[in-house]
Design a protein around this ligand. Structure first.
Ligand SMILES: [Zn+2]
Ligand SMILES: [Zn+2]
Length: 181
């Protein structure tokens, strides 16, 4: 994935924009938490800041085949990504110790920059729907499809105890109530 800069690099202040549509770079697939769905649609803005320096912005909306963090069902998610980076026209391979990227010739290669942006765009929790009900911890039923036959566990345990030792259950409840308060 690259952007032709033969014109924009000619004079300071010049800016060019384009929308790139291509397969996701392998590096981006590797950095993503879930498989990315092709194609990558990336809006690119390149501005010549003078002195052989280009300011490159990439942004877009990625699509991925995710699994819900709560009910584990697969679903297609759409997440925004963006990044801004400085590129300088210099010979030599990429050097992680530099706080800018290098380019040589008439194109900036955007694979690493786009992959970094994709890598940080996944939130820790992804839900198939905001109100996902999740799974029953007892029988594993998906509560989005309807209730299961399990009793809420806490209730059934207390109910059984209460029949045998009503005073003890009463005392436990009071004690727990006080501890929490
Ligand atoms: Zn879910
Ligand atoms: Zn259940």
């Amino acid at each position: 994935m690259e952007f032709r800069v033969s014109d924009v690099k000619k004079w300071a202040g010049r800016e060019e924009t384009a929308q790139l549509v291509a397969a996701w770079p392998e590096e981006a697939q590797a950095r993503a938490d879930y498989p990315l769905i092709d194609p990558a649609v990336v809006d690119v803005v390149v501005r010549n800041a003078g002195g052989g320096t280009l300011i490159v912005q990439v942004s877009g909306q990625l699509k991925a085949r995710a699994l819900c963090s709560r009910c584990a069902e697969p679903f297609e998610t759409s997440l925004p990504f963006e990044a801004t980076e400085e590129f300088r026209e210099e010979a030599g391979p990429h050097d992680e110790s530099l706080d800018y990227s290098r380019f040589a010739g008439d194109a900036v290669v955007l694979d690493r920059m786009v992959s970094d942006a994709v890598g940080v765009s996944f939130p820790i929790t992804l839900l198939c729907q905001p109100q996902c009900r999740g799974l029953c911890t007892n029988c594993g039923a998906n509560w989005n499809l309807g209730p299961c036959d399990c009793q809420p566990q806490g209730d059934s345990r207390w109910a059984a105890l209460e029949n045998l030792f009503p005073d003890y259950v009463e005392w436990e409840r009071e004690k727990n109530g006080r501890t929490k308060a």
